[in-house]
Design a protein around this ligand. Structure first.
Ligand code: SF4
Length: 400
């Protein structure tokens, strides 16, 4: 297909595709799916080989958020029966992080619900970052605490944070339909603050919220413009008890086309397969490893993920390898900027999913004991959505 040849050539040169080309990827048929995956897989291998970076989420503070992000189980008025707890103590967070690192995670993502941190919250998270770094100097730490005020990114950086996550989530044009308590511009501002403080910026999207192909292309092009080092791609987990509970409109094939489009537009960036992969890709998850070079290990913020052991088996079976702590994630030209290099004092991050800033799939999801949907739309797989009941904030062992 001429389109795919052109996109592979552009991806190898880090050249931006046209909007029409990106839209054409999303419009390809299921018959063409393997060709699309193969083409985007060539670009992925050019910049990241067959390595898969593992990331581990620690939900520092769960639920009780005053913001109204429609996709989020932690939102104001959410009826989702998620775990709700206030700040974990630094030692509790460090213990949770250690479980992820022991499972193979190279990066720990510290996430807290809320509009944004107070200065006292930044102090608290700084102590947690320092404790994690004391225990394991090689682990990358990414913070995801919502909208940042002036000076907070610098303080997190000084405490040892490598990266900061804040997702754009969807296009500027439709942002107001998803959230009313803050703006798209607020989110862009926080990503820029992270960049400005020397943190590796991580910012991504949520697919499956009822957006158009144009919206998806808009947000991915906006991300390319912002130039984060990592881009988490979340697939909405339609949590019962949230306004988007009935938005079951992704197929595994659609999810793969979205990932391929992101890879073509952001060829040399750490593309992270984030929340919702188990729910929407289902048995096609291994194909996504040809497109994304990074995944979360174990559970998400408020929903349960595939068992960590199953993740490792999937990676090995698909012919990929877990990226080691001594390996630089990003290609040389990008890592030189500071992120992505495991060793550098300031390196990358990229998390995503999670939290607060968004992950659509966010990381949260529904169910388990939540009430059954009144009328689940065709294709809904509510059986695959389970509220997290273990790990951080509980007395039960984490899934890592
Ligand atoms: S995404 Fe973050 S800011 Fe929005 S409701 Fe959820 S926890 Fe709050």
């Amino acid at each position: 297909m001429d389109l795919l040849n052109t996109l592979v050539e552009k991806g190898m040169r880090r050249e931006l595709p046209t909007r029409e080309e990106a839209l054409a990827v999303l419009a390809t048929s299921d018959d063409e799916l393997l060709e699309v995956v193969a083409a985007a897989g060539r670009v992925r291998r050019q910049w990241f080989g067959r390595r898969v970076k593992l990331n581990y989420l620690v939900n520092l503070k769960s639920g009780l958020c005053p913001e109204d992000c429609s996709y989020c189980s932690q939102r104001l008025g959410s009826k989702a029966e998620i775990l709700k707890y206030t700040w974990l103590k630094p030692e509790e967070a460090t213990e949770a992080a250690a479980a992820g690192v022991a499972g193979g995670a190279k990066r720990v993502c510290l996430v807290a619900s809320g509009r944004g941190p107070t200065d006292r919250d930044v102090d608290r998270v700084s102590r947690t970052i320092e404790a994690i770094k004391d225990q394991n100097g090689e682990v990358e730490v990414c913070a995801c605490l919502g909208l940042l005020s002036d000076g907070q990114a610098e303080r997190l950086r000084a405490a040892g944070a490598d990266a900061y996550n804040h997702n754009l989530n969807t296009s500027e044009e439709t942002y107001g339909e998803i959230t009313t308590t803050h703006t798209y511009a607020d989110r862009v501002d926080t990503v820029n603050k992270a960049h400005g403080a020397g943190l590796s910026a991580c910012s991504g999207l949520i697919a499956g919220m009822g957006e158009s192909d144009e919206d998806l292309v808009d947000v991915v092009f906006a991300l390319r413009e912002l130039d984060p080092d990592s881009v988490p791609v979340n697939f909405l987990i339609p949590f019962e008890g949230t306004p988007l509970a009935k938005e079951w409109n992704l197929t595994p094939q659609r999810a793969l086309r979205i990932l391929a489009m992101v890879r073509f537009v952001c060829p040399d960036v750490e593309v992270r397969l984030a929340g919702g992969r188990e729910v929407h890709l289902r048995s096609l998850q291994p194909l996504a490893l040809h497109l994304a070079n990074s995944i979360f290990l174990g559970d998400y913020l408020t929903s349960e993920g595939q068992a960590g052991k199953a993740d490792l088996e999937m990676i090995a079976d698909a012919g990929f390898e877990v990226e080691g702590a001594g390996t630089t994630t990003l290609p040389e030209h990008r890592a030189a900027g500071g992120c992505g290099s495991a060793g550098a004092a300031g390196s990358v991050c990229g998390e995503g999913s999670g939290g607060c800033s968004g992950g659509a799939g966010e990381t949260a999801s529904a169910t388990g004991s939540a009430p059954a949907p009144e009328a689940a739309p065709a294709g809904a797989r509510t059986d695959l959505v389970a509220v997290r009941r273990r790990g951080a904030g509980t007395d039960l062992a984490p899934n890592a």
